[in-house]
Design a protein around this ligand. Structure first.
Ligand code: NAD
Length: 474
């Protein structure tokens, strides 16, 4: 049996810990394990939550400006270790090294931006008889659970507002991508008091134990609808606060006045960034029926210039699918759709070596019920569909239980904006897809989630309101 190198440990109560079991983390570009990390069990979760609960009162009492300085220090220590973290991220997640750096840099921006948002008391009324003040107080221990597509960015999205608002955190990354997040946890100990940040690698049961602990007052979750539903149910007994960022099946609508050659490149990257593993990626593309073939060809032309390969190799644009079950899922959705009459317009080359490789694939689909259209594929396959009228396209885009993002594409911005206003989604983009910013709320409607992240609105979701009413006695 091959002995794997030991990765970073759990962070609990300011200490590095091991666990009784370990997780072997697979490099998707080789399909082989490359490092071993602890797999936290229920007892580790209990210890982590206890440490967080013990740290909660003191952290809540730290003045908000000092908490902001600590979040900034966290951003700085991440920046100081950018190369190391990006290397770990590429090996565990698969994305090209420059994209891994980009993800971490984006996380740093989210961390620093949050410290600029207002958390001060707000005087609602001040008169001779009474003063009423609205306060934003910490919710308490936050359980943060992340997915495998952007582990470092999602960690930053949750750590920044949770900490700045005065809450200790227990962060649990996906079992597929725990390594860089564990290292982040170790680094966090150098700038934060013990117990303020815990990081636990583990499987779904570790997440379940975290949600089941009644001392955890809020769960901030990014992942699948399946797990989101389970977390919502399990949060019921202790009435936890919830922010749920779930899946999407974002439609892109190209209006009749758009030229395929002018839009193909951006449409392509809207769908295929991060190997198509983006919650708010473009996942169904609606184009005028009479230009369907032209769009498929224009997208195929862009695809033909793209290099698929290991993220460590210079010049690679798209890495492997992150894990085997996801690769199987994408293959099945595609095969079932082709069996139902969808046509593959382009299927690109993949490296001739072990790894979770899937060709960059453009599919002409003829029916919204085909699995690659109806379901979230979360992989490097884009179905393109023809529509008759714009009204029909809007109706089809909206005919889903998802509601994360949608986009409209046209040289006529005014017309596109009017169409965008008819789409049901947490974000509607015009001539871009997706675009997220630290100071702009992001979240899903319908079954794509509950609440928002980013922006001051996202920050306030890590607070409870306390109203202080003082009666003046003469
Ligand atoms: P997943 O739901 O399988 O796992 C996500 C995390 O939840 C992991 O850490 C996992 O261990 C944990 N988990 C699973 N079941 C749990 C349970 N019952 N209780 C507690 N924790 C549990 O999702 P995934 O496959 O890692 O991620 C892919 C999905 O995430 C896609 O649907 C994608 O669209 C979505 N996603 C959404 C956003 C967003 O912001 N909306 C961002 C990224 C990914």
């Amino acid at each position: 049996m091959v002995t794997l190198p030991q990765g970073p440990g759990l962070s609990i109560a300011g200490e590095r810990r091991t666990a009784a079991r370990t997780l072997a983390v697979i490099d998707p570009a080789t399909a082989s394990p490359f490092i071993e990390v602890p797999c936290a069990e229920a007892a580790d979760v209990t210890a982590a939550v206890a440490a967080a609960a013990a740290a909660a009162p003191d952290w809540a009492a730290v003045p908000v400006a000092e908490r902001g300085a600590a979040v900034t220090a966290l951003a700085e220590v991440i920046a100081d270790h950018l190369d190391e973290l990006a290397d770990l991220l590429t090996h565990e997640q698969g994305k090209p090294l420059d994209r891994a750096r980009g993800e971490i840099e984006s996380g740093i921006r989210f961390l620093t931006t949050v410290t600029g948002f207002e958390l001060a008391d707000e005087v609602l009324r001040s008169g001779p008889d009474e003063e009423i003040v609205l306060q934003r107080v910490p919710v308490g221990v936050v359980g943060a659970i992340t997915a495998w597509n952007y582990p470092m960015l999602l960690a930053a999205w949750k750590l920044g507002p949770a900490l700045y608002a005065g809450n200790p955190v227990v962060l649990k990354p996906s079992p597929y991508t725990p390594v860089a997040t564990l290292r982040l946890g170790e680094l966090a100990q150098s700038v934060l008091p013990p117990g303020v940040v815990q990081v636990l690698s583990g499987d779904d049961r570790t997440g379940q134990a975290l949600v089941a602990d009644e001392r955890v007052r809020k769960i901030s979750f990014t992942g699948s609808q399946r797990a989101g539903r389970a977390i919502m149910t399990a949060s019921g007994p202790s009435l936890k606060r919830l922010t749920l960022e779930l899946g999407g099946n974002d439609a892109g609508l190209v209006l009749p006045d758009a030229e395929p050659s002018a839009f193909a490149e951006e449409l392509f990257w809207g769908a295929f960034s991060n190997c198509g593993q983006v919650c708010a990626g473009l996942k169904r593309l609606y184009v005028p029926q009479d230009r369907l073939a032209e769009y498929a060809e224009a997208l195929a032309e862009v695809a033909a210039g793209v290099v698929v390969g290991p993220g460590t190799q210079p010049g690679v644009d798209i890495g492997p699918v992150q894990n085997r079950p996801q690769l199987e899922r994408v293959r099945t959705l595609l095969a079932d759709s082709v069996a139902d009459g969808a046509e593959v317009a382009y299927s690109g080359p993949i490296p001739d070596r072990p790894g979770y490789w899937h060709p960059v694939t453009v599919v002409v689909a003829h029916d919204d019920s085909q699995p690659i259209v109806a379901e979230e594929q979360f992989g490097p396959v884009l179905p393109v569909l023809g529509y008759g009228t714009v009204d029909e396209a809007v109706e089809r885009a909206n005919s889903t239980s998802f509601g994360l993002g949608s986009s409209v594409w046209s040289p006529d911005e005014e017309q596109a904006t009017a169409v965008a206003d008819r789409l049901v989604a947490g974000t509607v983009w015009v001539n871009q897809h997706p675009m997220l910013s630290a100071d702009v709320p992001f979240g899903g409607v319908r079954q794509s989630g509950i609440g928002v992240e980013s922006s001051r609105a996202g920050l306030l979701a890590y607070t409870d309101t306390r109203v202080r009413r003082v009666r003046h006695r003469g």
